[in-house]
Design a protein. Structure first.
Length: 485
């Protein structure tokens, strides 16, 4: 019997060694895999889950919780959307993406939320945090208390914006729970998670969530990116009264995360009639958490092999049949097509859909200062535009703009409709800011603010400006997202 023991041990040893080797090979793949989750918004039923309970760095999808805590305070009457907040030096010092407002600048909760959710402004997240919690640490306590109440057992927040920090983690599971809670608890404030674009002064920023305005039925949520996490996206869409939530963590580009989310959503909508053929995955709350450290994708996402620095605003397209981690989880793209009314051909692949121009949408105007309407709003937008224009440029533009001041009343009348639109007013005042009181002048006479808009060609040497020219001045506002998302 002893003669056979070495023979028995050797195969066992070889098997054990082989298992270790296989584990070593698989470890990096697991670490670099994407996390994917698809659930029903109403029931929480899980339709697909891949690595959904592996801890992950949330990046800017953190701001969903920041918005949830803020809007819950609004709903509970602790603050209002018109409450004024002040940009502190701490807020102003945050890394991009940010609005770049100076310390001491004041704005409403409403405008800070819009800037944070569309621009993914890290400074606005801190403005909200300090306004509600007194400090970043104080607000983080509020965020963690809320996460605990919602059942987000894998989440810990250190800041309100998702910038890299030790211990700042979540999971696809917990993000699914948070998105469901937002829709369930704050239905009157869903508007904030699907704004297509914002206009601040003369700058237009489209939503980084590429599904908005492209994927039929897309109606929320938020993107995120840091080098360690890769490209993250929480997205929702509704079709025939049925709402689904998709979570994608660790994609390799901004477009890749949108494509994968669209594939998940489309598969979820199309498989409803065959759900009885698949074993039930239970509800999102019942997914079992994995005790592990979050993968760090810094080298893969931000290593020297990338042709340009990675950022949340990434227009890079993935190949039609994308490989890489997580590719098998969503299947080959050739198997997933989308019926898109009004687009030719009627069936489109996900990457084609994400590469197409979004539906035209008027950007939502955001501004500093208290809540304003009418002429006061025009003046506020003009003042923000003036702040964005370098002093030398203001002087040059105003001197050129003086030439057409003696224009006819017909030309002024043709420009008036542009003054009614917030997107035209900023450009108007940028031309009339020859004196520091330019913004005040616009506030007193809104019609005058529109006049330079019609005369804009004169600044470029065209003296024979026609009344039809204001259309060209507002043209960029009609399609903001392709330039910014």
């Amino acid at each position: 019997m002893h003669v056979f023991r070495p023979l028995l041990r050797k195969p066992l040893f070889n098997l054990f060694a082989a298992a270790l080797a296989v584990g070593a090979l698989l470890a990096p793949r697991i670490a670099n895999a994407e996390a994917l989750l698809l659930i029903e918004a109403d029931s929480g039923k899980v339709l697909q889950a891949d690595n959904a309970t592996i801890p992950w760095y949330p990046a800017s999808v953190t701001k969903i919780m920041t918005a949830y805590v803020t809007l819950k305070a609004v709903k509970d009457g602790k603050i209002t959307l018109d409450s004024m907040l002040t940009v502190s030096p701490t807020a102003a010092s945050q890394s991009p993406s940010k609005m770049g407002l100076r310390p001491g600048t004041q704005l409403t909760v409403d405008n800070a939320l819009k800037m944070m959710m569309v621009k993914s402004a890290n400074d606005m997240a801190v403005v909200l945090a300090e306004g509600l919690g007194g400090s970043i640490d104080g607000f983080s306590v509020m965020m963690n208390d809320t996460a605990k109440k919602l059942g987000m057992t894998q989440t810990n927040y250190v800041n309100p914006n998702g910038l890299p920090a030790d211990g700042h983690v979540t999971s696809a599971r917990d993000l699914g729970i948070l998105a469901r809670s937002f829709l369930r608890d704050l239905p009157e404030y869903e508007y904030y998670v699907h704004i297509p674009a914002i206009r601040f002064g003369k700058r237009v920023t489209g939503n980084f969530n590429k599904l908005i305005g492209r994927y039929p039925g897309a109606d929320g949520f938020k993107t995120g990116f840091i080098c360690a996490s890769g490209y993250n996206l929480v997205a929702s869409a509704t079709r025939n009264g049925r709402r689904l939530i998709a979570v994608v963590l660790g994609a390799n580009s901004g477009t890749a995360r949108a494509v994968k989310a669209a594939q998940l959503l489309e598969r979820g909508f199309s498989q409803d009639n065959l759900s009885w053929l698949r074993p039930s995955l239970g509800t999102v709350e019942n997914l079992v958490p994995v005790d592990a450290s979050p993968p760090n994708l810094r080298e893969e996402m931000c290593g020297g092999h990338r042709k340009r620095p990675a950022s949340d605003d990434d227009d890079a397209l993935i190949a039609t049949n994308s490989g890489g981690t997580g590719g098998s989880a969503t299947g080959g793209e050739a198997q997933v097509t989308f019926f898109t009314a009004g687009l030719q051909p009627p069936l489109m692949k996900a990457s084609e859909l994400m590469a197409s121009a979004p539906a035209a949408a008027e950007p939502v105007v955001v501004y500093t200062g208290p809540t304003r309407t009418g002429a006061a709003l025009v003046a506020a937008v003009a003042a923000d535009t003036d702040q964005q224009t370098p002093p030398k440029a203001r002087g040059k533009k105003s001197r050129v703009a003086k030439k057409p001041d003696a224009g006819s009343d017909a030309k002024t009348a043709a420009a008036k409709p542009a003054a009614a639109k917030p997107d035209a007013a900023p450009k108007a005042d940028a031309k009339t800011a020859a004196k520091p009181a330019g913004a005040k002048h616009a506030a007193a006479k809104p019609d005058a603010a529109a006049k330079p808009a019609a005369d804009k060609p004169a600044a470029s040497g065209d003296q024979a400006a026609k009344p039809a020219k204001p259309k060209a001045a507002t043209k960029p506002a009609s399609k903001p997202a392709p330039n910014n998302s």
